[in-house]
Design a protein around this ligand. Sequence first.
Ligand code: SAM
Length: 270
Amino acid sequence: MARANCAFIARAVTWAARQGISQFADLGSGFPVAAEHRQAEGCGISRLDADIHATARAVNQAARVAYVDHDPEVTDHVDALLPYFGFRGVAAVRADLRDPGAILANPALRKVIDPAEPICVILGLVLHYVDAAAAREIAAGYAQRLAPGSCIVITVPRFDDPQLFNQVRSAYTPAVLHNRTREDIASFLAGLDLIRPGAKPVAGFRPGWDDALQPSGSAYVLGGIGRKPADRLRPARRLSQKSTGSQAARPARRRRTAAPLSRKTPRFMR
Ligand SMILES: C[S@@+](CC[C@H](N)C(=O)[O-])C[C@H]1O[C@@H](n2cnc3c(N)ncnc32)[C@H](O)[C@@H]1O
């Protein structure tokens, strides 16, 4: 499940970077795989050993990333790795993702991320720690505050077998786990444009494509991506454009072009 989740998030980040998004907030990031560090130590790395910044920078060298986690062990670890990450444009932020306003105002995050510009917010395997109403509120809190053109990537674990879920829930002591459905994901992303193939198992999920693989077992990861339409927050300007019919009244959209795809981009991310 962890590998499938990691591969999907890499595909989602690549997709977002190709849409021109250059800012990424990985909320509840967990420990980065730190491929740069492992390479420097002479350790082997596999094709999945890419952190969000490495994946995004394979598309756009200028991509900036905030790794956010409330666990000080995680943020200390990221801090220690910053020299390997090249420092610039990567930040470790110790904060609670359940407060979207505080996260987006956090001074450490603001060093690398400008909330006035589109952000790809990643909520990977974290929204099963809270009940569905709280998860909806958290996701909506980000959706409201993000600039048009931003997106939210969500993954959650899914157990089709209630008995298996109960076993996992009782064995896992650090937090209460909630089983999630496709409808949950769609509701967390309500108000955003749900990117094809929708709220689906992450295996074979390629943003913008209709096909996703059916899971082979009863425990798997579900994912979804919502994008805030670029014009949804500009009603006043749209009105004036309609009323005048003038091209000049159109809001000046900043054009953001992704850097050409690096030759080094692993094939699975293309
Ligand atoms: C299962 S790991 C997910 C790691 C990674 N996002 C992934 O998709 O593989 C959950 C991480 O979320 C962090 N976390 C859980 N609740 C959090 C909260 N309220 N605020 C910030 N981080 C949180 C945990 O400390 C842990 O590092």
